[in-house]
Ligand binder design. Structure first.
Ligand code: GDP
Ligand code: MN
Ligand code: MN
Length: 251
């Protein structure tokens, strides 16, 4: 399997035909997986916003005040309002804002970015990243598309790419029921393929100013394994989330 970036993509603007820009620059094969950074999907979908678009309700003021007193940094209640409007649940509000976004992804600040956003204060994640992936896929010779974002994780330092949307492939490769080398049946292994590909693509895309938001994965084979449609955990089965909901930060 190899990965390579698509070079010479321009600064992406609202209404840009991302798939067309990709097609012009690379000869794609049917079995390529095209990984696209959510940043450029959002730019193409005009998901930029200004802080003034989010007049803060009392709840947003409360969150910002709380964050300010805990972190000692000034926090804009309009930003808290933007995060709330992008979210269906606040899982943790201090010492940072962790929410579930409207499409099911749990992350800090609902994935709203303040870097790589010219001419606006904020860049929101695509409204429905899997629908975005499907639209891009429909215009490409490649059969599989993943929309990625750079995210932090609990327990480990640093950020890496994760898949927030996908089309043309299942998110998981299900090994349950297969046998290991000793003949023992695997009971729980569902490999999160879209996250693994997103992490590899993100490594090639780089951060900051590299200018390579689209990465092609060539030669990835699914193999003879079942598919798993699950990506985001159901709340009922998510024990860590339930614990975090109950927990309160004490300085
Ligand atoms: P995120 O991981 O989706 O939040 O996006 P990043 O801000 O980390 O950007 C991912 C990659 O895309 C980096 O290599 C950026 O330099 C690049 N990038 C961001 N916006 C643009 C753009 O409009 N045009 C091009 N050519 N590259 C961009
Ligand atoms: Mn991002
Ligand atoms: Mn990134």
């Amino acid at each position: 399997m190899e990965l390579f970036p698509v070079h010479d993509l321009p600064e992406i603007s609202p209404g840009d035909d991302l798939a067309g820009l990709i097609r012009e620059r690379v000869d794609l094969r049917e079995d390529d997986v095209v990984c696209v950074a959510s940043t450029v999907v959002s730019k193409a979908e005009d998901r930029t916003a200004d802080l003034d678009d989010f007049p803060p309700a009392p709840r947003a003021r409360e969150i910002a005040d709380n964050l300010e007193s805990v972190t000692g940094e000034s926090k804009d209640p309009r930003f808290a309002q933007a995060v709330l409007e992008e979210s269906t649940e606040v899982i943790m509000e201090s010492p940072f804002l962790l929410t579930e976004s409207r499409f099911g992804h749990v992350g800090v600040n609902a994935g709203i970015d303040r870097s790589n956003v010219p001419n606006a204060d904020l860049l929101l994640l695509p409204r429905r990243p899997s629908a975005s992936a499907e639209r891009i896929r429909a215009e490409l010779p490649a059969d599989r598309v993943i929309v990625t974002d750079t995210c932090g994780r609990p327990f480990r330092h640093g950020q890496r790419g994760v898949a927030i949307g996908w089309a043309g492939l299942a998110p998981g490769r299900d090994y349950r029921g297969e046998r290991d080398r000793d003949g023992r049946k695997l009971g729980v292994t569902v490999e999160n393929v879209v996250d693994e590909l997103a992490a590899a693509a993100n490594l090639v895309a780089g951060e900051g100013a590299s200018g390579t938001p689209v990465v092609v994965v060539r030669g990835f084979e699914w193999g003879d394994h079942d598919e798993s449609e699950a990506q985001f955990r159901d709340v009922e089965g998510d024990l860590v989330r339930q614990a975090v909901r109950e927990w309160e930060f004490e300085g």
